[in-house]
Design a protein around this ligand. Structure first.
Ligand code: ADP
Length: 308
């Protein structure tokens, strides 16, 4: 069972002719209002990828909150652990260019009220894979990672948006997922000289801390370093429409595979397929692929290979 501890937002996404500079206004023909938040997106990604998924988080007592909850329930995510807070539901403003680049501002709102203590102990055990991101208060994340680990759960952290990780908390993680920028920033915050190849830092970290370190490489695929091996997978050849949900699709599908005890190579390949498929449609959650689609596409997709 996957337990997602994280954020729920409503996303207001506008396709614009180009991304604006500071102080500039750009026009676009329309917008879409869709459920988002890295926590909710990854919960939907995991559920669609075939995992039994529960979410812990906080929404406001408002229309956006009801929309966010309904969206999760429609995808079969158990929302009984989601609380109504005092602040309004989180909200993201997303601008997307014709080249599928994006610019995002997020108002955290009720997500800031999310507490590790609201996760019941009976939801944390050896059968649980805990999946977290960095859009809820970080002290709660580190506290829950420690508690979950001590109860025998697997702990997966997507370090997005990036923030420094206390070295002691790194030991509580089983899997750390970053994109290239996040990996570089983490490496620097842990004392690696700036500009050093983050893939080397990642290999050393995986070995030193006994965790699996995944780095997503956008249109170049992804890599994984375990304490003993390194795996690479090339990206699928696609024409992206909107890359907003790619990282979330990757994390959800990877964790769903991990929860089914799929070996690292297979989990990486499935996540890589899910990430690519999520780039093919506008919006964060609607574009997330289902398990059957991932498995079918996997047959004609790049395989992961071991690297030195
Ligand atoms: P984030 O969205 O968190 O920055 P990435 O851009 O690295 O993450 O994308 C996550 C994953 O999605 C990649 O590792 C890859 O598997 C897939 N992906 C992203 N962009 C593309 C693309 N243009 N073509 C094919 N796959 C992609």
């Amino acid at each position: 069972m996957i337990l997602v501890f994280g954020s729920l937002n409503m996303d207001l996404a506008l396709s614009v002719e180009r991304l604006p500079k500071p102080g500039e206004t750009v026009l676009g023909p329309s917008y879409v209002l869709t459920p988002g938040g890295k926590g909710a997106n990854q919960a939907v990604a995991a559920a669609r990828a075939g995992a039994e998924t529960r979410m812990i988080g906080t929404v406001g007592d408002d229309e956006f909150g009801r929309m966010a909850l309904n969206a999760l329930q429609r995808q079969g995510v158990d929302t009984s652990g989601i609380i109504k807070g005092a602040k309004p539901t989180g909200c993201a403003a997303i601008l997307v260019s014709p080249q599928a680049e994006n610019q995002i501002g997020v108002a955290s709102g009720a997500n800031l009220e999310t507490l590790a203590a609201s996760v019941p102990n009976d939801r944390l055990g050896p059968g649980t894979t805990l999946l977290m991101q960095m859009e809820v208060p970080e002290n709660e994340i580190w506290a829950l990672a420690r508690h979950a680990k001590s109860r025998g759960a697997r702990v997966v952290l997507n370090l997005a948006p990036v923030r420094p990780v206390p070295p002691a908390s790194l030991k509580d993680l089983d899997v750390l997922i970053c994109n290239e920028h996040e990996a570089a920033s983490l490496a620097t915050s842990l004392g690696a000289p700036p500009g050093r190849d983050p893939t080397q830092v990642i290999g050393a970290l995986a070995k030193g801390l006994g965790l699996t370190f995944i780095v997503t490489l956008g249109a170049r695929g992804a890599m994984a370093a375990t304490p003993t091996e390194r795996w690479l997978v090339d990206a699928l050849q696609i024409k992206p429409v909107d890359t907003t949900g790619a990282g979330d699709a990757f994390c959800g599908a990877f964790t769903a595979a991990l929860d089914r005890r799929t070996p690292i190579q297979g989990a990486l390949e499935r996540a890589n397929v899910a990430g690519a498929l999520a780039c093919m449609a506008l919006g964060a959650q609607e574009a997330l692929p289902r398990r059957q689609t991932i498995e079918e596409r996997l047959l004609s997709s790049p395989r992961a290979f071991k690297s030195a």
